[in-house]
Design a protein around this ligand. Sequence first.
Ligand code: ATP
Length: 341
Amino acid sequence: MTAIATLGSHCALQVLKGAKDEGLKTILVCEKKREKLYRRFPFIDELIMVDSFKEVLDAKCQKTLEENNAVLIPHGTLIAQMSSEEIESIKTPVFGNKWILRWESDRVMKEKLMREANLPMPKPVTDPKDIEKLVIVKRQGAAGGKGYFMAASEEEYNTKRNQLISEGVLSKDETLYIQEYAAGVLAYLQFFYSPLTNELEFFGVDQRHESDIEGLGRIPAEQQLKSKKVPSFNVIGNSPLVLRESLLDEVYTMGENFVEAAKRVVAPGMNGPFCIEGVYDENAKFTSFEFSARIVAGTNIYMDGSPYYSLLFNENMSMGKRIAREIKIATEKNQLDKITT
Ligand code: ATP
């Protein structure tokens, strides 16, 4: 029997509940500080206790996973806590394409793949001197929006950067990435691509709630102007969104273009769940500032099934369950190598 394993954070509950519902064994790699939380959930069959998630790279942990025929489901915590080299060195089969995760972490590679997929992107600004419009300044890697800030001129950029350095949020030698700010309605488009059927499925949309940028909108302009604090984009949670139906066709096209581009640049392509993240402007034109090449935590809002999956499946289908279903089918057909790396 195949087991499903994941790290105890991000969307672990959804992934393991989905696996259990599909009749698979569930294994959680769990940090000691979170043991009490995860023991609350009876659908987790086995906990591998670790001091830090990096222990997943150790021979002992990999041996346990191997003995259980485990497939490891990668999520945001794996990317945030391990380098691309470490992820690529994992011996346990990783669901989807572990090689594409490097393209998610590296800003230059990320831009290249998004361009290849024809995704409309905000203009990057290579030098703070060239800041003419409102820009957002980001850190390298998946910083989860912490320490990001906005600026409308070089002077404002320098003031805020210096302030964040003096507060210890940014380091002096950190290379920052500047991009034009895209105003509009945020939409994080969640997909699943199956290499078994060659079908792209649109799963759902979420919005991220980020602190304390959202808190700013709740105080009057007078107080906003007096505030000296640089607001951050730290993700706190997610909420659901459904799109105007007239936007769906373009959503599928974007997803298909992304799948095709990934096939060309990073074999075996964009297998499994992924997310295209961006903003709809006043003309309903989408601009994408980011993608995630694995399950996103925004799918947690649809643990009982999403609006769009209820159109495709006559049963409750979460993203976690969809992943488990794919693994189950591939195991039965002896095609696990098609959906793992
Ligand atoms: P994560 O790894 O959590 O996805 P990240 O570090 O890769 O985060 P982004 O997703 O690129 O960072 O940006 C974080 C947040 O900043 C977004 O969720 C969005 O609210 C905002 N944001 C990023 N880029 C833009 C942009 N160009 N225009 C408007 N808002 C943006």
